[in-house]
Design a protein around this ligand. Structure first.
Ligand code: NDP
Ligand SMILES: N[C@@H](CC=O)C(=O)O
Length: 337
């Protein structure tokens, strides 16, 4: 039976769920694809754990609780090489300025002929074009569902389901945290800070929640989608961007009495001057399809040249759903002939 060895970098909320789902889906991979999928390596910020025969649940449990190792030098890229795996799943921090460790890990994996699945966004924001070219050169796949709104299908919708069409415009609610914060402020009357704290408890807010609240998370997703699906060369800092931080109680009351719902909307539109991308706080009225998108729910609306308009609403926002999106990508890799 063919065997696929997997290594995960990052073992926080999402990385742990990827490991759990991989274990739970062993029988599914055997029955559906006739393959063994083994998690052989996991790396955290300062240590890694490896077992060529596949890591056991108890080994992973112990590793998850291990204290940060400060005395043993650890280099994630060397660890990836030593694991000799077929697929990397990158779930470390999203570092937007340099791409952070995720960029080195994904580059390293692709360069040595591994497929890579990105859940973190930094590497893709900084160098999607370079990574994609490297993957092509090495004859492997770079998959990015987890980084582009995860359980809400975005990149697959644009690249697979609408293949051959010209995509004229995309707009979406791509960040569960901001939609949850805005919905909670509208429906429960709680403060922005209280809503953020709840989103952190649910594990969906970024470690630094300003990343969500100030629109960076949406800007990253829009940038990655523009570069991957429209062949653009945008930087996340090129986008005009609005924060939900400054929404006041008075504004909330005004929107309520006008029957409007505030949404943080990411947009990409082809124009005669080129591609225009932005992140805007928009108060939509009840006739707008996004007005029904509440809480952590996300949505995407696409305009095409010949297939008309499409609207997808849903896809859970939580670490399990994000892990499942990464493993959807894994299935697309292992089902290749
Ligand atoms: N949470 C969610 O619902 C979603 C998150 N994402 C993205 O997934 C990524 C992970 O999110 P989440 O799991 O919530 O984050 P966490 O903060 O829970 O976990 C981050 C993990 O990355 C590890 N890490 C930090 N630096 C390194 C390094 N140099 N090498 C290897 N590992 C490192 C940390 O190690 P240590 O344990 O040692 O601290 C930790 O295990 C983020 O980039 C986020 O944007 C995407 C979709 C949804
Ligand atoms: N912080 C993000 C998590 C995934 O990208 C969100 O709230 O959607």
């Amino acid at each position: 039976m063919k065997r696929w060895n997997v290594v995960i970098t990052g073992f926080g909320s999402v990385g742990k769920q990827v490991a759990k789902l991989l274990e739970q889906r062993q029988a599914h991979y055997r029955e559906q694809y006739g393959v063994e999928v083994k998690l052989v390596g996991v790396a955290r910020s300062s240590q890694g754990v490896y077992d060529a025969e596949g890591l056991t649940q108890s080994a992973l449990e112990a590793f998850g609780h291990e204290k940060r190792s400060t005395d043993t030098p650890f280099t994630g890229t060397d660890f990836i090489t030593s694991c000799k795996a077929d697929i990397l799943i990158e779930t470390g921090p999203s570092q937007l300025e340099t791409g952070g460790p995720g960029l080195s890990y994904i580059r390293q994996a692709l360069d040595q002929g591994m497929h890579a699945i990105a859940v973190s966004k930094g590497a893709l924001v900084v160098d999607y074009a370079g990574l994609s070219a490297l993957a092509k050169h090495r004859g492997v796949m770079l998959k990015i569902s987890g980084a582009t709104a995860a359980a809400l299908p975005t990149i697959d919708l644009l690249q697979y389901n609408l293949a051959g069409c010209q995509i004229l415009a995309v707009e979406g609610i791509f960040t569960g945290t901001t939609n949850f914060v805005l919905s909670s402020m509208m429906e429960e009357g709680i403060s922005c800070e209280e809503a953020i704290a709840r989103a952190q408890q649910m594990g969906i807010a970024e470690p630094d929640p300003s990343f969500d609240i100030d629109g960076w998370d949406t800007a990253c997703k829009v940038t990655i989608l523009a570069n991957a699906a429209f062949g653009a060369q945008l930087k996340h800092t090129d986008l005009s961007r609005t924060s939900v931080r400054d929404v006041t109680k008075e504004q909330i009351e005004e929107w309520k009495s006008a029957g409007k719902s505030p949404k943080l909307v990411g947009r990409i539109r082809r124009t005669t001057e080129g591609l225009h991308a932005s992140v805007e706080l928009q108060a939509v009225d009840q006739s707008h399809p996004f007005s029904t998108v509440k809480g952590t729910t996300k949505a995407i609306r696409v305009e095409t040249d010949v297939m008309g308009e499409l609207l997808v609403i849903g896809g859970k926002s939580d670490p399990v759903a994000a892990a499942a999106a990464a493993l959807k990508d894994l299935e697309h890799i292992i089902r290749q002939p």
